[in-house]
Design a protein around this ligand. Structure first.
Ligand SMILES: O=C(O)c1ccccc1N[C@@H]1O[C@H](COP(=O)(O)O)[C@@H](O)[C@H]1O
Length: 238
């Protein structure tokens, strides 16, 4: 019997209440809210983060995730407490000692550490994987790092074989990111069948050409990947 929970769909980079409504109604499970992403097109102030996190929680369907490059555990814990966000995605090259300090500050938080795969398929943080788990991370997120150093919303896909090889080494479950779309679910059958697989994280494919989230794109992702709310999205509307 497979007792793994249904995978989740996280969509990243909401900036307005309308985004929250679209994502909740279309079947997303988590929404990524950027805070501490300097120069990022979707970066939110502390009050902006708190407002959108509250809007997400009010839908009864969307869990807000604070997505950050911040490496200061005190600043991050403060932002989490002020906004009430309990899921934190460390998307830069934060070190295990930072994760340990964050865990001490936020004992009940869900800490998601990104592991970056380079163009050659190697994991940049490979020597630190066990240290992240010992420091208190709950979940890894596999995403691409490009040859010119870009991370986050690269639109670059990871090779399925390299993902499963990394997953086999990881002591924690994982989400998958990197240029995912509805069609690519067919190419990641082995990844989706891995016992550690817990969901996908998408930015580019949830948007139209103008960069707006579209209900059809989000619903197509949920359906194609069989994520938790793909069949019967149910949200509270105000
Ligand atoms: O989207 C960004 O630019 C971003 C910036 C800072 C941290 C994370 C960011 N997004 C992450 O990018 C991947 C998916 O992107 P895509 O589907 O390949 O466009 C995902 O992990 C987002 O959380």
């Amino acid at each position: 019997m497979n007792s793994a929970p249904a995978p989740v769909l996280k969509v990243c980079g909401a900036t307005a209440p309308h985004d929250i409504e679209v994502l909740a109604a279309a079947g997303a499970d988590h929404v990524g809210l950027w805070h501490g992403v300097p120069g990022g097109r979707a970066d939110l102030t502390g009050p902006g983060l708190a407002a959108l996190a509250a809007a997400a929680r009010a839908t009864g369907a969307l869990e807000p995730v604070l997505v950050t490059f911040l490496a200061d555990p005190d600043a991050l814990a403060d932002a989490a407490r002020r906004s009430g966000v309990t899921h934190l995605q460390l998307h830069a090259y934060q070190r295990p000692d930072m994760v340990r300090a964050l865990r001490a500050a936020l004992p009940d938080a869900v800490l998601i550490k990104v592991l970056h795969l380079a163009p050659d398929g190697g994991c940049v943080e490979r020597p630190l994987i066990k240290a992240y788990a010992r420091a208190g991370a709950d979940l890894f997120l596999f995403d691409a790092a490009t040859g010119d150093g870009r991370v986050g919303s690269t639109g670059v896909r990871l090779a399925g074989r390299q993902v499963t090889a990394l997953a086999d080494r990881c002591p924690l479950p994982f989400w998958l990111a990197g240029g995912l779309d509805p069609a690519s679910s067919a190419d990641y059958a082995d990844v989706a069948a891995h016992p550690g697989f817990r969901g996908i994280d998408v930015d580019t494919a949830a948007r139209d050409a103008a960069g707006r989230f579209t209900p059809d794109a989000v619903a197509d992702l949920a359906r194609a990947w069989g994520t938790a709310r793909h069949a019967a999205p149910a949200v509270r509307t105000s």
